[in-house]
Design a binder for this molecule. Structure first.
Ligand SMILES: [Mg+2]
Length: 166
């Protein structure tokens, strides 16, 4: 069960600040896209997120997008977010996390995986030895397999003392 346990649980990625990272000894972030940085499937511009990313990068934080979305969708957002990354990452396979770490040139314990899903983002991050941050999904997702995963996620989170009602 501990592989599904996030180190931090937050409501929104903008709660991650240089102070938040310094307190945990972190220098880099691997970021999920859908429902973490932007609403699931959305192509609408999100100035708040772009400003937040620019502020962190200005403070020296290394950032990398690690998304399971199509390469085309990931590229659309990479052109707007201002940092590098990949789509079709194959999370939770830890191979993608290790490649991303070498791109950032940081050790696993210096990097947090930030995402909205326990069974991809957090599981893979824990398997790769990263710090893991679970963020509340930006929108609820109507896909049946996602709904089933959310039910399981809520059960796991309750066991860890987090009560999320979606
Ligand atoms: Mg996601």
């Amino acid at each position: 069960m501990s592989l599904l346990r996030p180190d931090d649980v937050i409501d929104h990625v903008t709660q991650i600040t240089p102070e938040f990272l310094a307190a945990r000894g972190l220098r880099g972030l691997l970021l999920d896209l859908d429902n973490t940085l932007v609403p699931y499937g959305s192509y609408d511009e999100v100035g708040e997120m772009v400003r937040w990313a620019a502020e962190l990068r200005g403070a020296g934080v290394r950032m990398y997008l690690l998304s399971n979305a199509t390469g085309r969708r990931a590229t659309f957002w990479l052109n707007r977010l201002g940092f590098a990354g990949v789509g079709m990452a194959g999370k939770p396979n830890p191979r993608a996390y290790r490649r991303a770490l070498s791109e950032l040139n940081l050790a696993p314990d210096e990097v947090a995986m930030v995402g909205d899903q326990l069974f991809t983002d957090v599981l893979g991050g824990n398997l790769a030895g990263l710090h893991t941050v679970l963020v509340r999904p930006l929108v609820s997702n109507a896909l049946p397999h996602t709904r089933a995963a959310r039910t399981l996620e809520r059960a796991v989170l309750r066991r860890y003392g987090h009560d999320w009602s979606h």
